[in-house]
Design a protein around this ligand. Structure first.
Ligand code: AMP
Length: 212
């Protein structure tokens, strides 16, 4: 099962794709998280992408494609995967088509006010990348990751001015993918505006869409 999740920054893509990966026992592949890991480890890729990540711009396709292409060739992707944050441009989608046959694209949607609330309250674990929300998905102990004990922080690209640039990048470069996959007949819209405490219902809807 090879799945793509589309959706504006802050809609809940990271949270839902993590849940789906657990439910369907397939790897969760987040290009944003892979870039953040590279930045933490100060790798060549990390150094090259920092300026784009910090300013809310998309990383150039060449760097992104090389990293993603290597990841989906790994043995754990044999039974499928769920892509979170990739593709984000038409050239990325064209390149993906050459290396994988995608079964379904889930377009996650919620009203702007829900998106803004989710973005402004989001906290991410420095250690494992797990996602929390100060009100909606609080950790058991404030500021500490339930999963690995790592420190929770607010991403640099979650400041208001950077959020505006990310939303514009999404509208200009990523939203056209909705039509792209609609034409391919594999796009499904999923409303994720309900509180995360009702995530089981959303996962049930997704199961029906994917017929699993
Ligand atoms: P995310 O964690 O998905 O919100 O991504 C955070 C940042 O990583 C984005 O604002 C981009 O700078 C970069 N990024 C993640 N995925 C991609 C991609 N597929 N193409 C280009 N840039 C990306």
């Amino acid at each position: 099962m090879k799945i793509i999740a589309l959706g504006a920054p802050g809609v809940g893509k990271g949270t839902y794709t993590t849940l789906m990966a657990e439910e369907f026992s397939i790897p969760h592949i987040s290009t944003g998280e892979m870039f953040r890991e590279n930045m933490r480890d100060n790798t060549e890729v990390g150094k090259a992408v920092k300026v784009f990540m910090d300013s809310g711009q998309l990383v150039p396709d060449g760097i992104t494609l090389e990293m993603l292409g290597g990841r989906i060739k790994q043995p754990d992707c044999g039974n499928g995967f769920i892509l979170d944050g990739f593709p984000r441009t038409i050239p990325q989608a064209d390149a993906l088509k050459k290396i994988a046959k995608i079964d379904a694209v889930l377009n996650l949607v919620a009203p702007d006010r829900v998106i803004l609330d989710r973005l402004s309250g989001r906290r991410t674990c420095r250690g494992c990348g797990a996602i929390y929300h100060i009100r909606n998905i609080p950790p058991k102990k404030e500021g500490v990751c339930d999963r690995c004990g790592g420190e929770l922080y607010q991403r640099d690209d979650e400041k208001e001015e950077v959020i505006k640039i990310r939303l514009a990048e999404y509208a200009n470069k990523t939203a056209p993918l909705i039509n792209y996959y609609l034409k391919e007949g594999i796009l499904h819209e999923v409303d994720v505006s309900s509180p995360i405490s009702e995530s089981a219902k959303v996962i049930e809807k997704i199961r029906k869409i994917l017929k699993v």
